[in-house]
Design a binder for this molecule. Structure first.
Ligand code: TLP
Length: 341
């Protein structure tokens, strides 16, 4: 099957499996695992921060980052379709005791004016703002990128109010590749950033939290609190090191494949798609036809050996990744033309 449901579906490469089998390991809770230490050092270097911490998932990375920078009773300002707001089981409220203040966004980003207005001063009645959170690339907005300038503008406002900024950079390397900048440039204005090894980078498990040394030490305590401190985690880290060395340089291929899908879909009757939002490895589109709903289209694609899911009656997300070849993408395009053409 050609799986377009998510880049989280990628399976570890043979190189990763070999590295995992041969990894030198130790007890990472006691910081004795050399492979974890090597991965954390490499992650910190790539993101331009002094330190990094391996966590089990993007959600855990976001949560420890938030916990380490806020106090219960504060609020977090974020975009209204942010993963942290919509798809992380209300962890900010349930685990961190925080209120969320979602702002409407355009291409995944709220305006600096809206941010200024939301940064009310704390007083007897109003909660203080503990954190501003960004997402790069922004998943629900179509995998769109936030530029260095956009990130810097948000950070300037937040910092002027004494508020730190976290980037959910689950796919920040996709943004860096698409924008032609280094990931560390995108992370530079922010206080913390997480990125995932288990999405387009193709590793089986793991995310990294990056930031200043004292922040990482607090994040480490919260990782322990959440039950996320692991022992011989070098087995996981070994795949992550392979991902950063061998998968990062090929992420642009995933973007080419998404572009190809988007351009095919764009010309098909009853399909609406914003080509400007197709910047990385995602294609969101709507099906508005009398004869076909989005779930029905996904079922038809299944007959062609293509796995896709509808988000509602009209909307579908395709995600490209390393486990699809260029030939697979041509097969999907041909299937789309036959079903929709
Ligand atoms: N996204 C997944 C699903 O949860 C929707 C996907 O298939 O895209 N931040 C962003 C921007 C994400 O897209 C995701 C996962 C996460 C955080 C959470 O990462 P994990 O799944 O590792 O907890």
């Amino acid at each position: 099957m050609i799986d377009l449901r998510s880049d989280t579906k990628t399976r570890p490469s043979d190189l990763m499996r070999r590295a995992m089998a041969e990894a030198e390991v130790g007890d990472d809770v006691a910081r004795e695992d050399p492979t974890v230490i090597a991965l954390e050092e490499r992650a910190a270097e790539l993101l331009g921060k002094p330190a990094a911490l391996l966590v089990s998932s993007g959600s855990q990375g976001n949560l420890v980052s938030v916990l380490a920078q806020t106090s219960p009773g504060q609020k977090v300002i974020l975009e209204e379709h942010a993963h942290l707001f919509r798809w992380e089981r209300a962890a900010l409220a349930r685990v961190a005791g925080l209120m969320t203040h979602p702002l409407p966004g355009r291409y995944g980003l709220f305006s600096v004016e809206a941010l200024e207005a939301a940064l009310w001063p704390a007083d007897l009645h109003s909660p203080a703002t503990g954190l501003v959170a960004l997402e790069n690339t922004h998943n629900a907005a179509g995998g769109v990128c936030l530029s260095v300038e956009q990130t810097a503008a948000v950070c300037e406002v937040a910092h002027r109010h004494g508020v730190p900024v976290h980037i959910d950079g689950a796919r920040i390397f996709n943004a860096a590749v698409a924008l032609g900048v280094e990931a560390r440039e995108l992370a530079a204005p922010a206080d913390s950033v997480t990125f995932c090894l288990s999405k387009g980078l193709g590793a089986p498990v793991g995310s990294l939290v990056c930031g200043e040394d004292d922040f990482i030490e607090r994040a480490r305590e919260f990782r322990k609190l959440l039950g996320g401190a692991m022992r011989q985690a070098g087995v996981i880290a070994a795949a992550g090191l392979v991902a950063l060395e061998h998968e990062l340089p090929r992420l642009h291929e995933d973007h080419e494949k998404a572009r190809r899908l988007a351009e095919t879909l764009f010309g098909l009757p009853g399909v609406s798609l914003d080509l400007a939002s197709v910047q990385t490895n995602m294609v969101f589109f709507e099906v508005h036809r009398e004869d076909l709903t989005a779930p029905q289209l996904c079922r038809h694609l299944g007959d062609y050996g293509v796995l896709a899911v509808a988000q509602n009656e009209s909307r579908i997300r395709f995600v490209t990744h390393r486990d699809q070849s260029y030939a697979d993408i041509e097969h999907v395009c041909a299937a789309l033309c036959q079903i929709l053409g």
